[in-house]
Ligand binder design. Structure first.
Ligand code: SAM
Length: 228
């Protein structure tokens, strides 16, 4: 059975799409999406041999080779520019996801929707989207097995509506919705940051320490404001 997290990701795939799932691991997401008639076909990309092999055997075991092609390669390298119209990248850090998008920009020409699920550091993705002509159309947050995950859905935009610092960190949709999971996540983060500030206060106040402390205090303040 597919995790609630990946199931939720599939709900943002427009029907009949051709998708690329980058970092597909066991190819669970594309297999589920094809088996449930949610998509036309998929490319499952993997950079590592082990997960590539798992993806391949999963696809073969389910006899989905006609609809899912498993390809070995780094990031968006595995797709050519006109092949897919939706890209999914799930289960990695936000920095890695935005790095994959940035290096693969040229392969995104025909792509009209990105569905991104960072395990942390969603802020890096929001920054990348903003800088590259994409706008968030929705976001969601969910908890599974004690972990909290965010899902960011973006489409191309002509208009630039810059995000505020708070929106970049917390997510414009998520901070407006402010559900229980959102509050739980950011209360947790705040506790960690407060611990960090305490540690920084024990250290020698070098310029670097002072800068770091200022950054963390700023984030604490943004979150306090948002949770009010
Ligand atoms: N997407 C699945 C999910 O959400 O459950 C699997 C997530 S798994 C934690 C991350 C996968 O991304 C690993 O299988 C890893 O090999 C792959 N990966 C990491 N960097 C990659 C890259 N640059 N290109 C393609 N795959 C990558």
């Amino acid at each position: 059975v597919l995790s609630e997290r990946l199931k939720k990701v599939t709900t943002y795939i427009p029907i009949e799409s051709v998708i690329a799932d980058i970092g597909s691991d066991h190819a669970y997401l594309p297999c589920y999406a094809v088996q449930n008639g949610l998509i036309k076909s998929a490319i499952a990309g993997e950079v590592n041999q082990g997960p590539f092999d798992s993806a391949l055997s999963q696809v073969k075991a389910l006899r989905l080779e006609n609809q899912i092609e498993v390809r070995l390669g780094d990031g968006l390298e595995v797709v050519s520019p006109n092949e897919v119209n939706v890209v999914v990248i799930a289960g990695m850090g936000g920095q890695l996801i935005s790095n994959i998008l940035n290096r693969g920009k040229a392969r995104l020409e025909e792509v009209h929707r990105l569905i991104l699920q960072p395990n942390m550091g969603a802020k890096f993705i929001r920054e990348w989207l903003e800088a590259n002509g994409w706008a968030l159309i929705t976001e969601s947050i969910l908890e599974e097995d004690e972990k909290i995950y965010e899902i960011l859905v973006a489409e191309r935009t002509e208009t630039t509506n810059p995000l505020s610092d708070a929106e970049r960190l917390l997510g414009p949709f998520l901070m407006r919705e402010k559900n229980e999971t959102f509050i739980k996540k950011w209360e947790r983060e705040q506790m960690n940051w407060k611990r960090i500030v305490n540690q920084l206060e024990q250290a020698n106040p070098s310029e670097e320490i002072i800068d770091r402390k200022r950054d963390v205090l700023k984030k604490i303040q943004i979150v306090s404001e948002a949770l009010k």
